[in-house]
Design a protein around this ligand. Structure first.
Ligand SMILES: Cc1cc2nc3c(=O)[nH]c(=O)nc-3n(C[C@H](O)[C@H](O)[C@H](O)COP(=O)(O)OP(=O)(O)OC[C@H]3O[C@@H](n4cnc5c(N)ncnc54)[C@H](O)[C@@H]3O)c2cc1C
Length: 434
């Protein structure tokens, strides 16, 4: 997804582009097709609605000349408000367009860093083992992660503060956490629902050796009825303001972004299906009507410690000329990965042409994603840096609830157009390149 967008963006600005792709000689455990631009799971690129972060991101990508969006529109299948595609025609469309545009495609697994610069690495969440080792050596022990055990992220505006309260354990530090206290009956009902909930089936290649620190919440619950109350849900150091007593258990949510609009459920990394996360976690007092900026999941995912390593031009801070794109930068999702490809393609082209690159502003969804993955505070939480998808919690000015999204969307689109115009002017490319 990201590699093809990077190639398309760069060649349209005038670059000479070579793609190295290991298929069909070698396939990751999820890839099946020979062609480029393969959707490995769902055939949907998610919502087209501007009420949805993904809808806005796709519109920005369209403005930036996205090949993925063009191909999706050309090969779409009926899917209501979503943009779904015939995956084989989609891949074929992309492959043919790149060949026709003059992109050289070499079918070969890369295991060592190629010498040419600029170089864009877009090997995805299932980067081959050989190259992952090389990357690990380049980036150091804290540089590359291999698994994602992520907890759900919830919009603050959807939390019921008649039941939840801000505070911290023993009142130490600021009142930074959202706390959801539970009595014994609520706790027992929650644990019972958690144990009976449906989980996503682990794929053969996703049999993950859990580390104690990122054990799924349902796996902790399986160890005994009180394990959660003595673990991530321990209530010590808290008084429930409604009762004046220590609660039986307590769920904490920690802030995810500078704007304090989205909060993650601490210790709730989970393999529950999405509908089950919604159902079971709604039993937590204060979260009955919670809306999700991101659901929890546990899966194989190679991704960079981007807040440490990556600049907002998607270039490695310590290795000039090497750019990263796609899911490996710490974004999550087809469109998010592709959008990072567009930016990396433009950025790499501009660096090789000696032009100054400026990232899209954080008032756009594309720029908000870049800011999220490269901002140093994104990696400061206890769980470290975790990937992010497009949502209104990360975009500048976007935390005000669904009803106040229209001006945010309008500004994002205006700013995306201005950014595009600036890039085209700087690159000396005529307006015929959309
Ligand atoms: C199993 C699975 C299911 C997913 N399902 C969804 C979903 O339903 N919806 C969604 O939005 N997101 C999904 N994702 C997340 C993510 O959006 C996709 O993985 C997306 O394809 C990432 O795009 P990318 O460009 O970063 O990587 P990819 O699209 O995976 O592209 C990477 C390419 O690099 C090639 N490659 C890897 N290593 C090498 C090497 N050493 N040398 C040469 N070539 C190499 C691969 O063959 C591949 O073609 C899923 C991820 C996984 C792992």
């Amino acid at each position: 997804m990201a590699g093809v967008e990077a190639a398309w963006a760069a060649i349209r600005l005038g670059a000479v582009v070579t793609i190295y792709e290991m298929k069909p000689h070698k396939f990751s455990p999820a890839h099946r097709l020979d062609g480029l631009g393969e959707l490995v799971c769902s055939n949907s690129l998610k919502s087209l609605s501007f009420e949805n972060g993904s809808g806005l991101l796709k519109e920005e990508m369209r403005l930036f000349g996205s090949l993925i969006v063009e191909a999706a529109e050309a090969t779409s299948v009926p899917a209501g408000q979503a943009l779904a595609v015939d995956r084989e025609r989609f891949s074929e469309y992309i492959t043919q367009k790149l060949i026709a545009a003059g992109v050289k495609i070499i079918r070969e697994e890369i295991t060592e860093l190629p010498e040419g610069r600029p170089l864009i690495i877009a090997t995805g969440p299932l980067t081959s083992d050989g190259f992952a080792r090389t990357l690990g050596e380049l980036l150091g022990t804290d540089g590359l992660f291999f698994y994602d055990a992520i907890a759900p992220v919830i919009y603050k505006e959807s939390i019921d503060f008649d039941l939840a309260f801000m505070g911290s354990r023993y009142d130490k530090g600021g009142a930074d956490y959202v706390n959801c206290p539970m009595n014994k009956i609520e706790y027992e009902a929650f644990v019972e629902a958690l144990l009976g909930a449906e989980k996503t089936r682990p794929k053969g290649f996703e049999k993950i050796p859990y580390f104690e620190g990122c054990m799924p919440v349902e796996a902790i619950a399986e160890r005994g009825p009180d394990t959660l109350a003595f673990g991530p849900l321990r209530p010590v150091g808290f008084t429930d303001p409604r009762t004046g007593k220590r609660p039986h258990a307590l769920v904490q949510l920690r802030c995810e972004n500078k704007e304090e609009t989205i909060y993650n459920l601490v210790g709730f990394q989970t393999s529950l299906t999405r509908p089950e996360q919604k159902r079971v976690f709604s039993l937590i007092p204060g979260l009955k009507a919670a809306t999700y900026a991101r659901y929890g999941s546990i899966h194989r995912n190679s991704y960079l410690n981007s807040p440490l390593l990556l600049s907002d031009s998607l270039e490695l801070k310590e290795n000039s000329g090497i750019f990263l794109a796609g899911q490996i930068t710490g974004v999550e999702g087809y469109c998010e990965s592709a959008a990072m490809g567009i930016v990396a393609g433009i950025s790499a082209f501009m660096s090789s042409a000696g032009l100054e690159f400026t990232a899209p502003p954080p008032s756009t969804m594309t720029g908000a994603l870049i800011r999220y993955i490269t901002a140093s505070e994104s990696g400061e939480g206890k769980g470290g840096f975790q990937p992010m998808n497009s949502n209104f919690g990360i975009i500048e000015g976007g935390g005000g609830g669904k009803k106040r999204r229209a001006p945010v969307v309008e500004k994002a689109i205006m700013d995306a157009i201005s950014w595009r115009t600036k890039i085209l002017q700087l690159s000396g490319v005529s307006g015929s390149v959309r």
